[in-house]
Write a new protein. Structure first.
Ligand code: ADP
Ligand code: MG
Length: 703
């Protein structure tokens, strides 16, 4: 990009078929129709699509595109695309560039090789992609990308976008009903807003390529700790290294061109760990943009000779990466429904939405946990670096006092906002926030939104938002049912009564203390909260009657879709650990053992030649090394055998849940034991003998 075009507003979204491009290029009536579809969620007619397609094609070609692709999010957690060129041969041997409304609206990729959890027999391979006009099309690498939903021949959702859109509709429906009931008649639509903070690691690409575990599994399966870890707390918010800074700069630029509002960047807690946060957007667009962000991060990293690691736990003993999901609801009149205003205790509308959210999270805590369950994320949750696997809600001191006054029926006395006293007069004066932050809570109220901190860095944030939207829709629906029919003069009293009841029922989920302690684990158990530690522990809750009923009632998933997702989640978990087991076995058997044997041989030769030189040589050090390594190799060898045998056994288990449980209980612990033995040996073998770079190399190599 040339220097003159560097002014961000000039190129932000230059690769996006956004509202301003549409307004400029579409005929007025067509623009209005599309705008209405996007804003109101109404259906779009084919003749409108035809015109949009023609204009979109012109714009795309002008901007260098030769192809178009329906871009979708199958159950792999990644995105998928199949590119078609715009060319259409003519009778005189030439081509014209074509793109019809039908091609824009519908695609028919062969769906047989995407996970479907038994939804589709392979002979019914047909799948459909359907244009999602609410997420703007964009150009990347010479192709026009059209965000689409993906479903099977029978119409079942095979992706993450479809249920997300359904959940946004459900929340919209229920929220608008409640707002009208509360007298806020101007609102006609409520959207969910999401800002997802993305954590990631950067590793030197040449080092990365020497690690099979990172290449195949995204995380290290071996590696003795480096002498230095994150204990100095010197990386968090630290000065950006020049090369890293230049990577971040390029990343921002690429994202801005694609209309992704990248806003914040900084170093994270662990060495080589960083974060990017965008400005929040409507849930659907935010989820698409997060997928794009992850992809562009990897691409830009590659250009800068880095590998970008998005795995939740790339390094043992070092903090893993998450993806904080900031969530709120906004009306088409511009009101953030979770904004308490200056006097929250008197803000009935806010309290209703706040308490509905608390009730939803308590009622469907199991689903919230499941929404972030993956083989990778299981390493993070409950490991004192991320929230525990227990779902609880933090509201902060002021709101806790407001809620208490509602529950006890007492008056809430608003405390004076305090001026900050920093103690030096040159510093600016500002008012103190009414509450401190709580970093240990999985679901924290942070001023005017909730921050769900459990999602892992690698996954699509669609899942947690599907659950959250649906659970809150259900809580609002119950509130509506209770309050509809109440006369206007009784409304306030009835609302108060209802909120009081809801709090009494759901206050068990509220917790303002330190979520990382053992006391909390015990306390949570006393309160009857779930502590679903691993995916196989959590998954059966997905097909509990109450949860199936929830999804069916709000038309998010049919029971068939739920059962297919249940299978897919278990299957993905099993496959991930299976690959890890095979990778670890290969790394130890082929690569590590060669280094170990060679080193032992060299030490032996060294000792022998010393003895040859003089019988008086004691060779104490050599003997010690050999003895230790000999003992360790025995352990390595027997553990390797055990892992191989157990993995064979695992392959024979038919039932998916049984299989997942076995991988969790047996394979993971076999892997841990093998790793412990190998790492102990690694710690005394010189680097030159090791087949792969060490933790020290990987974590402290950034410039
Ligand atoms: P912190 O690290 O303190 O949580 P960040 O600024 O890194 O703060 O991230 C906060 C995220 O929350 C940003 O992505 C921001 O856009 C998002 N956010 C702010 N307001 C809302 C809202 N109303 N709805 C959803 N997300 C929001
Ligand atoms: Mg945050």
């Amino acid at each position: 990009m040339s220097e003159e075009t560097k002014y961000i507003p000039d190129y932000f979204g230059c690769m996006v078929f956004n509202d301003s491009v549409m307004r400029q290029r579409l005929p007025k009536d067509i623009y209005k129709a599309v705008h209405k579809t996007i804003k109101k969620g109404t259906h779009l007619e084919l003749d409108v699509a035809n015109t949009v397609a023609a204009v979109m094609k012109e714009w795309a070609i002008e901007n260098g595109a030769t192809h178009f692709t329906h871009w979708f999010q199958p159950m792999t957690g990644l995105t998928a695309e199949k590119h078609d060129s715009f060319i259409s041969p003519t009778s005189n041997g030439q081509v014209i560039m074509e793109f019809s409304g039908k091609e824009l609206v519908k695609g028919e990729p062969d769906a047989s090789s995407f996970p479907s959890g038994g939804l589709r027999a392979t002979f019914e391979a047909r799948g459909y992609t359907a244009w999602d006009p609410s997420s703007p099309a964009f150009i990347k690498d010479g192709s026009l990308y059209i965000p689409t939903a993906f479903c099977s021949y029978g119409g079942e959702a095979l992706d993450k976008k479809t249920p997300l859109l359904r959940s946004m509709e459900a929340l919209n429906r229920e929220a608008v009903k409640v707002l009208h009931l509360l007298g806020n008649a101007a609102v006609t639509k409520v959207d969910t807003t999401i800002g997802s903070e993305q954590e990631y690691f950067l590793i030197d690409k040449d080092l990365y390529k020497k690690r099979k575990d990172l290449m195949l599994c995204g995380r290290t399966l071996l590696g003795a700790p480096a002498p230095k870890g994150q204990e100095m707390e010197d990386h968090y918010f630290g000065v950006l290294k020049p090369k890293v800074s230049s990577f971040m700069h390029d990343l921002d630029e690429e994202l801005w061109k694609l209309g992704v509002p990248a806003k914040t960047k900084h170093n994270e807690v662990a060495p080589a760990q960083h974060e990017l946060a965008p400005v929040f957007e409507t849930a659907n667009v935010a989820v698409d943009h997060n997928q794009l962000t992850m992809e562009i991060m990897k691409k830009v990293a590659d250009k800068h000779n880095y590998a970008c690691l998005l795995h939740e736990k790339p390094f043992e003993g070092i903090n893993g990466s998450g993806k904080h999901n900031n969530w709120s609801m906004i009306t088409d009149t511009g009101e953030n429904l979770l904004d308490p205003g200056s006097t929250p205790a008197e803000n009935m509308q806010f309290l209703v939405f706040l308490i509905a959210t608390i009730a939803a999270v308590d009622e469907y805590a199991d689903l919230m946990r499941i929404s972030v369950a993956t083989a990778g994320n299981d390493h993070r949750l409950g490991a004192n670096e991320a929230p525990p696997a227990i779902i609880s809600v933090f509201v902060g001191d002021e709101l806790a006092a407001v809620l208490k006054s509602i529950e006890e029926g007492t008056d809430f006395v608003q405390s004076e906002k305090k001026q900050m006293e920093i103690g030096a007069h040159v510093l600016p004066h500002f008012t103190q926030d009414t509450t401190d932050r709580n970093r240990t809570s999985p679901f924290a109220f942070t001023g005017n939104k909730f921050e769900f901190r459990m999602p892992g860095s690698a996954v699509s944030v669609a899942n947690p938002n599907i659950v959250l939207n649906t659970a809150v829709a259900e809580a609002l629906s119950k509130i509506y049912d209770r309050l509809s029919g109440v006369s206007e003069e009784n409304l306030k009293d009835e609302v108060n009564k209802l909120l009081k009841e809801l709090l009494a029922e759901h206050k068990k989920v509220l917790f303002n203390g330190n979520g990382y302690t053992d006391e909390w684990v015990e306390e949570a158990e006393r309160r009857g909260l779930f502590n679903l530690k691993s995916l196989p522990d959590a998954m059966p809750r997905f097909i509990e009657k109450k949860n199936i009923e929830l999804f069916e009632k709000h038309k998010i998933f049919t029971e068939t879709e739920i059962r297919s997702r249940y299978e897919i989640n278990l299957e993905n978990y099993v496959k991930a650990i299976h690959i890890e087991s095979l990778t670890l076995q290969e790394m130890v058997r082929k690569d590590f053992t060669a280094g170990l044997v060679k080193y032992m041989k060299d030490v032996t030769c060294e000792a022998l030649s010393k003895k040859k030189f003089s019988d008086a040589m004691k060779c104490t050090y050599e003997e010690k090394i050999l003895k230790t390594l000999d003992d360790t190799s025995e352990k390595i060898s027997s553990q390797l055998e055990k892992l191989a045998e157990d993995t064979k056994k695992a392959e024979g288990i038919e039932d998916m849940l049984e299989s997942a449980k076995y991988y969790q209980a047996t394979i993971l612990s076999d892997m841990d034991e093998l790793r412990a033995a190998v790492d102990a040996a690694e710690a005394i073998i010189p680097n030159g003998y090791l087949p792969y770079p060490t933790y020290g190399d990987l974590l402290f190599s950034l410039r």
